[in-house]
Design a protein around this ligand. Structure first.
Ligand SMILES: Nc1nc2c(c(=O)[nH]1)N[C@H]1C(S)=C(S)[C@@H](COP(=O)(O)O)O[C@H]1N2
Ligand SMILES: [Mo]
Length: 254
């Protein structure tokens, strides 16, 4: 079943998304801190919260407009170069539909217009590429948490996979993150950059910004978001194009 989404419903689902994060985070903390016998339960939670939740969920630094890089280079693929993508780009993605599926109660098919009219977050952050360059840019997009809450994430879901329109050497580009990053407030699917519609070179119509991680996790040309229980069996099984291809770390924290 697919449903169309309204702004009101998306806005309403933001609160639910935050509640879900707190609950699932707490479940994990208690479960994962059992081995720390030297701490009582309260201390275990405090310790684990500081290490696992505060550490991982801390905000990435944000910058002022004056600090934005005059040039933000493109890297990796700067155009998927497929007939389907070219046709959508030629019509400003008017007939393109973004898919949210996998372990969700209600799979979604959304137009770019619906996504742009949903909740939005704008952030100025630094992008760090593993190849040794950085740039500060402004991103505007829909919080991934809002989309996942609206689709009704199944409790079996552990990861979110981003399927892209482009390939490298024949293999599809894809990436994945866990639920802590998926519900992080700075994790957005961006449709705007530096006050303009997202350019093709930077991943139009929609690209991931997961600001606590390196450049290769920032999937461009995201066509589909899939909630899964395990990354095994997906493409090369390591959770991302570069992870499969040359062993880059799946968790590329910065
Ligand atoms: N779909 C897709 N996403 C991608 C890539 C790519 O080739 N294809 N390259 C990655 C790398 S290594 C970096 S540094 C950034 C570059 O983003 P930019 O082109 O907006 O600078 O996109 C990342 N996301
Ligand atoms: Mo990169």
């Amino acid at each position: 079943m697919t449903i169309e989404i309204s702004r009101r419903r998306l806005v309403g689902s933001l609160g639910a998304a935050t509640g879900g994060l707190l609950l699932s985070g707490c479940d994990k903390i208690v479960a994962s801190s059992k081995s720390q016998d030297f701490l009582d339960v309260g201390e275990q939670v405090t310790f684990a919260v500081q290490r696992a939740v505060v550490g991982r969920s801390a905000m990435a630094p944000e910058f002022t407009a004056a600090e934005m890089s005059p040039v933000f280079r493109t890297n990796g693929n700067s155009n998927p170069n497929t007939p389907e993508y070219a046709a959508h780009a030629a019509t400003s993605f008017a007939d393109w539909r973004f898919v949210v599926d996998g372990l969700v109660a209600k799979p979604l098919r959304l137009s770019l217009d619906q996504i742009r009219k949903g909740p939005r977050r704008t952030q100025i952050t630094r992008h760090d590429c593993v190849e040794g360059w950085s740039a500060i840019g402004q991103w505007t997009g829909i919080p991934l948490a809002a989309l996942l809450a609206h689709a009704g994430l199944n409790s079996r879901a552990r990861y979110v996979v981003f399927h892209c329109a482009d390939r490298i050497g024949g293999a599809p580009y894809y990436e994945s993150i866990d639920l802590l990053d998926a519900f992080h407030p700075q994790t957005i699917l961006a449709w705007g950059m530096n006050g303009q519609p997202l350019a093709i070179g930077h991943g139009a119509p929609l690209r991931l910004r997961v600001e606590r991680q390196l450049g290769y996790k920032q999937a461009k040309y995201v066509m589909r978001v899939q909630a899964v229980e395990t990354l095994a069996g997906l493409y090369g099984g390591k959770g991302g194009y570069w992870e499969d291809a040359i062993g880059y770390q799946w968790y590329a924290g910065i």
